[in-house]
Design a protein around this ligand. Structure first.
Ligand SMILES: [Zn+2]
Length: 132
């Protein structure tokens, strides 16, 4: 299935010329190429479009509430759990619970999220809302 000249219908050998004739872009044989204007690809639109600045409001980054230690302790005691029981329940060492509760350790987001879910307290707050 060879290409044919879109003007005269002759089979095209090799690379056809692209020309613009009356606004249409046609593949033509060299003989017909002179009947149109050389086809120039439009300048890439893409290069002129600057990368769209991110307008989407970013999901606020969560931070661990600085008061999380007291919150964990309170929630745990409300449930009548020991640090060991809480630790076992969420698969962390009791010593970690102790450190968190005493404020000596700020839990990371994962641990804080786990504690939040388990104790039904909100230990994660959107960043920037709290002075830490
Ligand atoms: Zn032709």
């Amino acid at each position: 299935m060879g290409l044919t000249c879109e003007v005269c219908g002759r089979p095209l050998d090799g690379v056809p010329s692209k020309v613009t004739i009356d606004g249409a872009v046609l593949r033509v044989c060299p003989r017909c190429a002179g009947r149109g204007r050389p086809y120039l690809p439009p300048p890439s639109m893409r290069s002129r479009l600057s990368p769209r600045p991110s307008q989407r409001p970013r999901a606020p980054e969560l931070e661990v509430d600085p008061r999380c230690g007291a919150m964990v302790k309170q929630a745990r005691e409300k449930r009548g759990m020991t640090q060991e029981q809480l630790g076992r329940a969420i698969n962390v060492k009791a010593s970690v619970i102790s450190l968190v509760e005493s404020g000596k350790m700020r839990p990371d987001l994962v641990l804080a999220g786990t504690l939040s879910r388990y104790l039904k307290v909100e230990l994660l707050v959107p960043g920037g809302e709290l002075e830490s």
